[in-house]
Design a protein around this ligand. Structure first.
Ligand SMILES: [Zn+2]
Length: 113
């Protein structure tokens, strides 16, 4: 067994290695449950923007396409930073990916405004 929060090997039975991990792990689980719906709404919005971008791309309107694709990346990046998915290390990884996506998206919007 591994601790569900920090990933350390567990000596005995249980989900968490310590009281501290149990508290933090449960708080993270509650937060994930509470933020699931807003997270998926924003992800769906970003998906719609991305689709619009692809439609503009196919139509040959590359300026508009980059703007929408950039907007989608910035939106999804922002939500990954604000409401990261996963626990412990995965959470940080999510936020790094989100930050990179957000930066790329903003660059796209600025360049193809
Ligand atoms: Zn732990």
């Amino acid at each position: 067994m591994k601790c569900a929060y920090c990933g350390r090997e567990l000596a005995g039975e249980g989900t968490y290695c310590s009281e501290r991990c149990r508290k933090r792990g449960e708080a993270a689980t509650h937060l994930a449950a509470r933020t699931r719906i807003p997270f998926w709404i924003v992800t769906a919005l970003a998906g719609a923007l991305l689709l619009l971008g692809i439609v503009f791309w196919a139509a040959g309107a590359l300026d508009k396409a980059f703007w929408f694709i950039g907007g989608a990346a910035a939106l999804e990046g922002l939500i990954l930073v604000v409401l990261p998915r996963g626990k412990g290390g995965a959470n940080t990884f999510c936020q790094i990916i989100g930050g990179v996506l957000f930066a790329l998206g903003v660059i796209c919007i600025i360049l193809w405004r």
